[in-house]
Design a protein around this ligand. Sequence first.
Ligand SMILES: [Mg+2]
Length: 233
Amino acid sequence: MYSDLFIDFDDTLYDTRGNAIIALFELFEARKWADNFPTPKVFFDSYWKTNVDLWRQYANGEIDRDFLMVERFRRPLSVGKGLNPTREYCLDVSDQFLELCSVKPGVVEGAHELMDYLKSRGYRMHLCSNGFHEVQYKKLRSCGLMDYFDTIVLSEDAGANKPSQVFFDYALRTTGAKKENTLMIGDNYDTDILGAMNAGLDTMLFNRWQKDFMPPKKPTFSVNALKEIMTIL
Ligand SMILES: [Mg+2]
């Protein structure tokens, strides 16, 4: 039924959150922030809350990439004592963090098996991601998933982020996929699923975070683990 799969990368195949947790610990150590925070958790909790809020705003086009990069460190570092998180300092921290993140190989459980399976079934696969250009290619190489993809579609190339229709129109044009033969797979209901639905694509929600989440608009398929996808496709 489907010939083409649009697949989200971060936290669908690549364990972005798990890898970032490791990288944040490394960053915290390297920067010696133990002197500035009562416990590392104070910093980490503030970082995660800020990061989720900012990525939501970024996907909706409310803020740009520069603002996200600075702000996701400026806010948590402002909680620390004796730090002066200027724009320059935050950008320097951000560069170091992305360096640490992008070399991590961690993938979501079953990602390699799934991609082997889908390849053997003859699907054309296209990565569809809002992530930053230079970081995404490094992460793809670090985790060994690059070669499975026929096309890499990044929002920075499309000129708009998922869930925008502009992104999906660009993805269909670039890949030559037909919307009626294409399935979008992703972990983010607001960006991957609603965006693809509005563009007229079938969708598969990888419900990784809240197993009891009831999507307001029902995706074509919903799975709780990557291995379930092999029973459907
Ligand atoms: Mg994702």
